[in-house]
Design a protein around this ligand. Structure first.
Ligand SMILES: *[C@@H]1O[C@H](CO)[C@@H](O)[C@H](O)[C@H]1NC(C)=O
Ligand SMILES: *[C@@H]1O[C@H](CO)[C@@H](O)[C@H](O)[C@H]1NC(C)=O
Length: 357
């Protein structure tokens, strides 16, 4: 064999060893939104021992103060219906005195330097989409909860409006314009990474909020979507539709062409959504391990955001449509977090109809 061939073989073998060891890209070694994840008690299983996530609560009013949107935490209670609140007046993104945004960023950077590879901290903007047509349709003055739960959520719309993979209402658009003005006025730190749910109401929200402010694309994350199934507002378009209509999107590795998660038979339970929120956060921290990214925007939904707040141990907070909550999230790779069991992952039509009170 010539020296050249030997060199190529050695390089190839070294490259394969790197991949097998997982030091190349962590994607294949971790669960993500595309893989069916099997939960077990295997000591070696990464998911059986997820890293510990937590929020740092000193900076923001939403993390500490009572407020009309605060809601009681009840482990076992399911949300009545996802995505229900819609009000005109958004609450402010409130920094507590004497903190400044610069101080928050400095603290995060210092913590990251101090803890090296063992822990990581980032500022997240968890942003809910503006009011969509489904929010409008299930508001009290339109269809009441029995009408919606038993019949209308299964339809793609009525004679007047459409809510399948709902678009934003004029109010929804106004809410996002207001939020964007507030963001500018209060000079919030600009995100250096953007994630978005694949549903149209979040994609449109992203477009209104961020598109003119950045050349970066929004990364579509399947696991940032709302609880899915039964209701047509939670069904997404296929990838080609998103690519053809929104040129500012890019897709996570392995993002499915079709919506393989939604079915008309079952709806995701809160338990499953909590697990999914935890998986999403770990996935984001994992992918950004080597990056200097400390401000992250996620444009998502009320249900998924309430699950994120839950899995980081933040106080419960109900976000009106078109609003945003800032949180500082830390991950400790050496400490084990809560395991979210998946014993009751799905709800059926009987859970909605008749609506139980
Ligand atoms: C939000 O902040 C603006 C000024 O930035 C203020 O005029 C307004 O009253 C605040 N709204 C609430 C609900 O605190
Ligand atoms: C919902 O609306 C229907 C039709 O108007 C009515 O018959 C029903 O009593 C209402 N249900 C509730 C819970 O308000």
């Amino acid at each position: 064999m010539s020296a050249n061939i030997v060199t190529i073989m050695v390089v190839t073998i070294l490259w394969l060893i790197t991949i097998i060891n997982g030091s190349y890209l962590p994607d294949d070694t971790r669960p993500n939104s595309q893989q069916e994840v099997i939960f077990n008690d295997d000591e070696e299983s990464f998911l059986a021992k997820p890293p510990y996530l937590h929020s740092i609560n000193q900076y923001f009013k939403q993390s500490t103060q009572d407020n009309e949107f605060e809601i009681e935490d009840n482990e076992d209670e399911e949300d009545e219906l996802d995505d229900i609140i819609s009000i005109e007046d958004i609450n402010n993104i409130s920094l507590k005195k004497p903190y400044t945004w610069q101080k928050v960023l400095d603290d995060i950077r210092n913590l990251n330097i101090q803890h090296g590879d063992k822990k990581s901290y980032k500022l997240f903007y968890l942003q809910r989409h503006g009011e969509g047509w489904h929010n409008y349709a299930m508001s009290k003055s339109y269809y009441n909860s029995s009408e919606w739960g038993c019949y209308w959520q299964l339809q793609s719309g009525d004679d007047v409006i459409e809510w399948e993979d709902a678009l934003l209402t004029p109010l929804g658009i106004k809410q996002i314009n207001n939020l964007r003005d507030q963001f500018d006025r209060e000079e919030l730190p600009f995100p250096n990474q953007f994630y978005v749910s694949p549903l149209r109401r979040t994609v449109k929200t992203w477009e209104l909020m961020w598109k003119d402010k950045t050349d970066q694309k929004a990364i579509v994350k399947e696991f940032a979507r709302e609880s899915y199934g039964i209701g047509t507002e939670s069904k997404r378009h296929d990838r080609k539709y998103l690519e053809d209509n929104f040129d500012f999107l890019t897709f996570e590795n392995g993002f499915n062409d079709e919506d393989v998660l939604w079915t008309d038979k079952v709806h995701e339970s809160k338990q499953h959504r909590n697990w999914r929120a935890q998986t999403l956060l770990i996935d984001i921290f994992q992918q950004l391990k080597q990056e200097e990214v400390d401000v992250i925007s996620i444009v998502s939904h009320s249900g998924l955001i309430s699950s994120i707040l839950k899995v980081i141990g933040h106080k419960k907070w109900k976000l009106p449509t078109g609003s945003m909550i800032p949180v500082v999230i830390g991950i400790d790779w050496d400490k084990f977090g809560k395991v979210y069991k998946l014993s009751k992952p799905w709800k059926t039509m009987e859970d909605y109809c008749p609506i139980k009170n």
